[in-house]
Write a protein that binds this ligand. Sequence first.
Ligand SMILES: [Zn+2]
Ligand SMILES: [Zn+2]
Ligand SMILES: [Zn+2]
Ligand SMILES: [Zn+2]
Ligand SMILES: [Zn+2]
Ligand SMILES: [Zn+2]
Length: 450
Amino acid sequence: MTLTLQRTHTLYEATVEALSSWTPMLQDSYSAVCWLSIRGVRSEMNPLIEFVKVLPSDPKTAPACAHGPALLFDRVGKKFFACSACRDRKICPLYVPYEQKKPAKTWDDIRDEILPEEAHIEPPATPDDFYRFCESCCRILIDPQCRHRREPISVDLMASPTTFLSQLSNNKCTAQYHFSEETLHLLIDLASRFRKVLCIGTPSVFEHLQHVSHVSSHLADIDRRFEAFFGERVFTWFNAFNALAFRKGDNSELWRFVGSETDESSDAEGLDEFLILVDPPFGGLLGPLSCTLQRIKSKAGCGRTILVFPYFNEAQVKLHFPELKMCDYSVRYRNHRKMKNSSPVRLFTDIPLSSIRLPEDEYKYCPACERWVHKINRHCEKCNACCSRNHEEYKHCDLCSRCIKSKWTHCIKCKRCHLEQQCGARRGVERSTKRPSGSTERRTRNKRGR
Ligand SMILES: [Zn+2]
Ligand SMILES: [Zn+2]
Ligand SMILES: [Zn+2]
Ligand SMILES: [Zn+2]
Ligand SMILES: [Zn+2]
Ligand SMILES: [Zn+2]
């Protein structure tokens, strides 16, 4: 365990260093540790040790918060229930030790308090010149009692609320970054190969798919505001981490959509059946998400997946979605300062990579790998792969028998390659002189706050 924690700590620091340039929110230690815990720790002995595991639990008896039934976590042997959707206890404080005797309130107990009084009604059907939308009430047809500021919106905007809704900027719970035009184009292209597309947390793609006649689509999102714009048949207020449709549970339209037959007689030939396109917050736990996706696929009887997630979480993705392969395309976001032109975010999918053609100004086809890769990616004969993950040059290290970042050098002491200043051997010595043994564990635990 000491070894693991030691590694964890080194990896934690390395992770913070690597990620902070991309994601300013990670500079605060809490989220860094959250990232670490979902990232897991690699070692030679064990391909991936997950620091925090999610264990199976019964949603009917589990304690609940505003996000529905909690999940049962196991952090290095300590079991507790916590919020499924929100990784920040300042925002969602639910924490119930597994051994707690006093019964906690379940979703059945609190559902009526959490759900809004207003039903999910159809948005206005007869177009007017413009509507007024109240974000606080989450309504277009305004209640005369409402005293909030109301924004006028045109009929055109009604169909694409992601272009004007204020961004929910809390990165730990909801990460509302919308894809750039180029990325949208690629995703819509891929989605158009299917008859039926379920968009989980991808409202901007959903908005565009409304205009693709042969695709039947449904949006599932944890942001309830979309109810004001999309009726019950096409939108479900949904938490993908505990598979909860907030209003009607398993009787919601989402499950009807998933189980529905597609129109085989439609003109477009050669279409695939069903696609799930999911863009979770990067702090989201992949284990529970994969359970939800499996449930959806077994209900649908088939289905392919596109998961949008950072390349540095590849090990985590492999653990929970072994069937998905990483496409080298760098996802871009129109409303993220640092991810407008490139990003560490990739598409993980079981659509054959050879069929995902990427923009030729930046990508090329590698015949040996049978997939499109970034231009900087050079095929390594020894690894028989295009190994670069981050669109930087890689070189082959014969001692490690693998490709590594070109800035790294092989370290005799550590018996592996790393950045010169990140020598674990040297750092280990420094640490043992600075702190008494065991402090790493304590420090890590304090930072997590759980
Ligand atoms: Zn919660
Ligand atoms: Zn209002
Ligand atoms: Zn290659
Ligand atoms: Zn190589
Ligand atoms: Zn090496
Ligand atoms: Zn070293």
